[in-house]
Write a protein that binds this ligand. Structure first.
Ligand code: NAD
Length: 294
């Protein structure tokens, strides 16, 4: 009697094959890199739709509520005051360093990021389109004056002295987990010049991305031969539109992400893995530096 031999797939081997296929597909091609919250989870900033994110953290304020409701703004600024110190402390990680190295090596037309943490620029990337703005500045909706977020933080803590001692979990986007009851005594501040309503310089959910920003992002895609999406579920249309445009232009779309994405069905290749590890190895292949370098 002959023993039957069954073949058991080895996930590590399959992963390596998927990575090498991605590396070959990208080799020598000019890449437009589209990044999302998954690029910054390794820097300690939670994402919205990753497996480890608490359900309550997925309830960001909508633009309309921020404009219309004083209570909404109070909730936003109370949570943001607690979330900011840790958000500000986040440092660029392996994914950001590798992306900067890929740009220096001439592999990228640029980076379109949905993140608001400025970590790509802090890692040294130069051509970055911040689709949703950045949290490190606030704008007065009355007179248009800009104030550094850090300066506002000092004012907010002076007006709410006991808030510097509160400990809460960090939520995505510099937000924090906080009960409605705790928020009601929080003092919201206005613009130093005109007392107008202050808003972080980011695009809120329900708010449109400014047309010049979208145009700059399309330009980066136009200059590239393919689109590489890293660390984004692409659930938000403002990021997903670049996948649609790439498909229209017959440019291949590649994905590096832990979870499922909205573009999995149209992708020419996909690696399920850590953004830092995969981008680090890609940068290593382009630059000749060891992957440990990133
Ligand atoms: P998302 O939360 O919808 O998706 C993130 C994806 O990244 C998930 O599918 C998750 O599985 C994956 N992921 C998590 N860690 C990863 C890692 N280390 N390596 C690879 N994949 C990883 O995020 P999104 O698609 O960017 O959309 C969310 C919106 O919220 C964005 O528009 C952005 O403005 C905002 N946001 C920004 C930040 C930030 O600035 N760091 C953080 C959270 C949310």
């Amino acid at each position: 009697m002959s023993a039957s031999v069954s073949w058991v797939p080895d996930p590590a081997v399959e992963w390596e094959e998927a990575f090498l296929a991605l590396e070959r597909a990208l080799s020598g091609r000019r890449i437009c890199l589209l990044t999302g919250a998954g690029c910054s989870t390794e820097s300690g900033i939670p994402d919205y739709r990753g497996g480890g994110t608490a359900r309550r953290a997925r309830n960001p304020i909508q633009f309309r509520e921020f404009l219309a409701s004083e209570t909404g703004r109070q909730r936003y600024w109370a949570r943001a005051t607690l979330g900011w110190p840790r958000f500000r402390k986040a440092e660029p990680g392996r994914a950001h360093r590798a992306a900067a190295a890929l740009e220096t090596a001439g592999a990228l037309s640029g980076i379109i990021t949905q993140n608001v943490d400025r970590l790509h620029s802090r890692a040294g990337s130069l051509r970055v389109v911040e689709l949703h703005g950045a949290l490190d500045e606030v704008v007065c909706l009355g007179c248009g004056a800009i104030e550094p977020r850090e300066a506002l933080q000092v004012r907010l803590l002076q007006a709410n002295p006991d808030w510097s001692r509160r400990e809460v979990s960090l939520a995505p986007d510099g937000d924090a987990e906080l009960d409605a009851e705790m928020v009601k005594d929080f003092r919201v501040l206005g613009c130093v010049g005109c007392a107008g309503v202050l808003k972080p310089r980011v695009v809120f959910f329900g708010e449109g991305v400014p047309a010049p920003t979208v145009a700059s992002a399309f330009e980066l895609l136009h200059e590239a031969e393919c689109l590489l999406v890293v660390g984004s579920s692409l659930a938000v249309f403002s990021g997903y539109r670049f996948v649609r445009r790439a498909v229209e232009q017959a440019k291949p779309v590649y994905i590096v992400n832990i979870g499922a994405t909205r573009a999995d069905g149209v992708a020419s290749g996909r690696v399920s893995g850590q953004a830092g590890e995969v981008l680090g190895r890609l940068a290593s292949a382009w630059t000749g530096n060891s992957a440990l370098h990133f």
